[in-house]
Ligand binder design. Structure first.
Ligand SMILES: Cc1cc2nc3c(=O)[nH]c(=O)nc-3n(C[C@H](O)[C@H](O)[C@H](O)COP(=O)(O)OP(=O)(O)OC[C@H]3O[C@@H](n4cnc5c(N)ncnc54)[C@H](O)[C@@H]3O)c2cc1C
Length: 444
């Protein structure tokens, strides 16, 4: 028996040919691409904005859609609270650079005053207050005014680039060689190529009936950790350990405490040690603690919130080696669950592209779990899309039938990812790790 065909709102009669594959039908665009193509990018995190920037560099127009109410950036989040402008980076804290293309980009941001090096004392903190600072190299970079302002400044709206937010793209439908996007029934425009620059549950939902089964399958293979973030402001400095030369800790990967994997003082990081502003700390849990205490991130039960906050503040006390109940209560605090925090596996390819459906994916998880990985993925997808846009046009004109040579990453296997609970920092290792590696080299 023939099952009734899914009727897209843009009409099925002139719809592109669909080929059944896996559980949904594969879109197969055959109409020529417009001579002035526009790319729709769903997601305005680091990968999405760099994809847009690199498309613009080559003269291709794009529109970036992002859910952000306060701004673009995704997991480059900065929260500024109240009349005192308490400032917290509440996801990405800092980044390192290992790739020459990313280094070139970061140099430019540095020249333009968007990023600078974080020279404060960063290291590993063991339960009890034992602080082991990391060497100053490789340099650690931060957004000058926080991570979100960096994301916002990377792209400026021009005739080549358009930003639409807050906008939650809830549907993508293929029709007559274009992708039609909509937000809860409200049309958001149509595009020659579509880029999915986000991941997790939201992307799985969007892709479930999109006509891109190979892309949907790859996305479904991704596993993500959960991390609790506690933002806490204190009137006075916390009693933190210092380096041998007396510089107080500003950021630390915490070891041996279940409820804490990272702590950083945003105030000294962003405004220097001489500032009279309150001390705004970001504390992150471990991924194991996030998993144990996972709840829906949109509706955290108050009992869970209380339990988690208490455990995290106790973790801070333990990490700093303070006596029980001696940590002063913060005068402001906010708890947040990053339910889809960081990828724990990856196909290890820069991007994914389905040439039949003229759709691609970029994001940190394709290469790792860092801002650098996200940036490289966005750049790679832009470059690939440009090649495809130029060459698929030739294919269509010459009556070519198989664009499959432009397929990328549709079948690659995933491998587990290593790194800190809050991601990877290429090149960053402690003296302890460097010595261990040297010893190993000497004995082999
Ligand atoms: C707690 C935490 C700490 C971290 N610390 C560091 C760190 O110190 N250093 C580091 O290098 N990395 C760190 N990371 C990782 C880093 O933040 C990410 O690797 C990077 O920001 C990912 O960028 P992205 O573009 O791939 O995705 P995202 O930043 O997640 O961007 C995706 C965007 O798409 C939007 N979106 C989703 N669905 C839709 C839709 N349907 N319509 C429109 N928009 C949509 C989202 O709202 C989001 O803005 C951390 C991550 C977390 C969670």
């Amino acid at each position: 028996m023939n099952s009734p065909r899914r009727k897209p709102s843009y009409g099925a009669s002139r719809r592109s040919v669909l080929k059944k594959s896996f559980t949904q039908e594969q879109v197969n665009f055959t109409v020529p691409i417009s001579t002035d193509p526009v790319v729709g990018i769903i997601g305005g995190g680091m990968s999405g904005v760099l994809c847009a920037l690199y498309l613009q560099k080559r003269g291709i127009k794009s529109t970036v859609f992002d859910t952000g109410i306060h701004g673009l950036g995704g997991r480059m989040g900065t929260r500024i609270v109240g009349p005192e402008a308490l400032t917290f980076d509440h996801a990405a804290q800092f980044f390192t650079v290992s790739d020459p293309n990313f280094a070139e980009m970061v140099d430019l941001w540095s020249k333009n005053g968007l990023v600078r090096q974080w020279d404060g004392a960063i290291g590993e903190l063991q339960s009890g207050g034992n602080f082991n600072p990391l060497p100053p190299s490789p340099p650690r970079y931060i957004g000058v005014n926080g991570m979100r302002p960096l994301a916002e400044s990377i792209i400026s709206e021009t005739s080549m680039m358009n930003v639409v937010r807050p906008c939650w793209v809830s549907k993508m439908e293929p029709y007559n060689g274009k992708w039609y996007l909509s937000e809860n029934g409200k049309p958001c425009g149509h595009f020659d190529v579509i880029v999915i620059a986000h991941n997790g549950k939201c992307a799985n939902r969007l892709l479930a009936s999109s006509g891109l089964p190979l892309i949907a399958r790859q996305m479904k293979r991704l596993d993500l950790s959960s991390i609790w973030a506690l933002l806490a402001a204190f009137e006075d400095p916390l009693p933190v350990p210092s380096t041998a030369s007396g510089i107080p800790l500003e950021g630390a990967f915490v070891e041996g405490i279940d409820s804490l994997s990272w702590m950083a003082n945003n105030t000294t990081k962003l405004f220097g040690s001489q500032t009279s502003r309150p001390h705004c700390w970001t504390f992150f849990s471990t991924a194991a603690f996030g998993k144990q205490n996972k709840v829906p991130q949109e509706s955290i039960p108050s009992s869970t919130a209380e339990k988690v906050k208490k455990a995290m503040l106790e973790g801070v006390q333990l990490a700093l080696g303070l006596p029980e109940n001696s940590l002063k209560s913060p005068f402001y605090s906010r708890l947040q669950l990053w339910g889809a925090a960081l990828p724990t596996n990856s196909p290890g390819i820069p991007c994914i592209f389905d040439p039949r459906g003229r759709a691609g994916i970029c994001g940190d998880w394709l290469l790792g779990s860092s801002l650098e990985a996200a940036a490289l993925s966005g750049m790679a997808l832009a470059n690939h899309a440009i090649t495809v846009l130029m060459q698929i046009a030739d294919y269509c004109q010459s009556g070519g039938t198989s664009p499959d040579e432009f397929a990328l990453g549709l079948h690659d296997e995933f491998q587990p990812l290593k790194g800190h609970d809050i991601g990877q920092f290429p090149g960053l290792s402690s003296e302890k790790q460097i010595n261990k590696a040297n010893e190993l080299q000497l004995t082999t």
